[in-house]
Design a protein around this ligand. Structure first.
Ligand code: MLC
Ligand code: AMP
Length: 465
């Protein structure tokens, strides 16, 4: 069973799950999700407006119980993203309690339309069934649908539970969005697999984390950095058991300040939408700042140079990190060539991250091979997607988007544009008409020309950021 907490055999409580200020027991979750599931059986896929609300959670669980692939739609998706995700995924309908702000190409149904079910429900789908289709940006083009099976999710959550001694006694607290691996797979399905309480704080603000009484807290580095800048909230976390950071590099000064204020050395873990979490420091192991730990049980990693030769784990050799194991995705939806290109001929997934590995197995992520994937506040943003949006503006002739270092967000989205009669603000606002809020460039530089090499290719590394 993927989610034992919904199986009716674990000790339940009225506030087993709290989100958006609303409580639900697992039995209530199960009944409302079964009612949703009964409307979905047989659908090719179901899209769910994945807001951090109880209906958002119930919509996802309904799809999972029905064995229908669930496509979580980002809460603030712009019309361009929304249309792409709904069309590309083949979703039969969109479950949303608040009607979408933009026209959509599929029927919209409220999550809470059905009556609660009275037990029974559909049989557990096989482990090889697709549980989630998560849309994620590549270096170019529109976001791709990442197919994640039930088995991959189950394996990953069990491996993390082992690494972190995550148990039913924990109270998990976080305030992350519920349409990514971090907030949804670990942050919701993790609690329901382990059978622990979950408090979702709405937004990941330091004072909300402090007040939630958690034992296990999840955050992206921007969240931890803001907590470290709020000493009174940070000190409240001394009573927790484990603070976990992931989705982007945790700066070593933030690690040190957090450890000083809370008494906890944060656990860092590394993953991707395509691989789930593959590497983590452990509750019972070394947690060196700047390192993301050891491969999880069942996962193998290797470092490879540009020529494809495997590099030694000597703590110095830098190469592309490649991974394999039971947590990997089943491919990009409808894109066999992109799926093949993401793997080596001998079956390893190319992460595109550049790393070192120490002789004791500790992995360190030192950067990304491509400048075209940006991480801002833990969100993965493809430069190509933002460039295409900018190029759709009639006043834009050329556009290059890069990630520039940012003290709070890790990286910020910056655009260089060759245009006619446009202002920076007009272009920022224009991107916001099509894409999610966090994909908007924070800065737009209007320039005479983009730096290009002799072949005419834009030289992004020459842009000042
Ligand atoms: C953004 N904003 C702008 C702007 N760009 N306003 C004007 N001009 C621009 N150019 C607005 C936003 O709309 C928002 O408005 C506000 O500025 C801040 O934007 P933000 O970038 O979202 O920051 P913030 O709201 O402060 O949120 C920071 C954050 C958030 C850390 C809480 O980025 C976040 O939730 N990140 C988590 C991402 C995540 O879960 N990633 C996991 C991926 S899974 P307003 O009005 O809303 O304030 C993964 C696998 C793994 O990576 O390993 O885990
Ligand atoms: P996403 O697909 O949104 O999950 O983004 C995956 C990317 O996030 C990885 O390829 C890394 O570049 C980055 N990432 C995730 N976790 C970490 C971490 N702990 N340290 C550094 N980078 C990370």
């Amino acid at each position: 069973m993927l989610l034992p907490a919904l199986g009716g055999r674990l000790p339940d409580r009225p506030d087993a799950l709290r989100v958006d200020g609303e409580n639900a027991s697992w039995a209530e979750l199960r009944a409302t999700a079964e009612a949703v599931a009964s409307r979905l059986v047989g659908a090719p896929a179901v899209a769910v407006h994945a807001t951090a609300t109880l209906p958002g959670v119930v919509g996802v669980l309904g799809g999972l119980l029905a064995g229908v692939p669930v496509v979580p739609v980002p809460a603030d998706a712009g019309p361009v993203e929304l249309a792409h995700i709904l069309t590309d995924s083949g979703a039969a309908l969109l479950l949303a309690d608040v009607p979408p702000k933009h026209p959509v190409p599929v029927p919209v149904e409220p999550v809470r339309a059905g009556r609660t079910a009275s037990g029974g429900g559909p049989a557990e789908p096989p482990g090889t069934a697709t549980a989630l289709i998560l849309y994620t940006s590549g270096t170019t083009g529109a976001p791709k649908g990442v197919l994640l099976t039930r088995d991959a999710i189950a394996h990953d959550l069990d491996a993390l539970a082992q690494a972190w001694a995550w148990s039913p006694d924990d109270i998990l607290v976080h305030g992350l969005p519920l349409y990514h691996v971090h907030g949804l797979v670990l942050g919701v399905l993790g609690a329901l697999r382990v059978g622990c309480r979950l408090v979702h704080t709405g937004r990941p603000q330091p004072e909300r984390y402090a007040a939630a009484g958690g034992t296990l807290l999840f955050g992206v580095p921007t969240v931890w950095s803001r907590i470290a800048d709020d000493p009174s909230s940070a000190r409240e976390l001394a009573s927790a058991r484990l603070l976990v950071s992931g989705s982007a590099p945790l700066p070593e000064p933030v690690f040190a300040r957090l450890a000083g204020l809370t008494g906890h050395r944060p656990v860092e873990r590394y993953g991707m939408t395509e691989t789930l979490i593959t590497v983590s420091t452990r509750v019972d192991g070394d947690r060196p700042p700047g390192h993301v730990g050891l491969p999880l049980p069942g996962v193998r990693t290797r470092l490879v140079d540009d020529a494809g030769a495997v590099l030694p784990a000597d703590g110095e050799s830098i190469g592309e990190l490649q991974v394999r194991g039971p947590t990997l995705f089943a491919g990009y939806l409808g894109m066999p060539e992109a799926t093949a290109a993401a793997h080596t001929p001998d079956g390893w997934f190319r992460t595109g991250d550049v790393a070192t590995v120490r002789p004791d197995g500790q992995h360190r992520i030192v950067g990304r091979a491509s400048t075209d994937l940006i991480k801002s506040g833990g969100y993965r943003i493809g430069a190509g997607e933002v460039e295409n949006m900018l190029l759709a503006h009639p006043g834009v002739r050329e556009a290059a988007v890069v990630g520039a270092p940012h003290p709070d967000l890790g990286q910020e989205v910056v655009a260089y544009v060759v245009g006619d009669g446009v202002t920076a603000q007009a272009l920022i606002d224009f991107v916001a008409t099509g894409l999610s809020r966090h994909k908007r460039p924070r800065r737009v530089h209007l320039v005479e020309a983009l730096p290009r090499n002799a072949m005419g290719k834009v030289q992004k590394r020459q842009l000042p950021g």
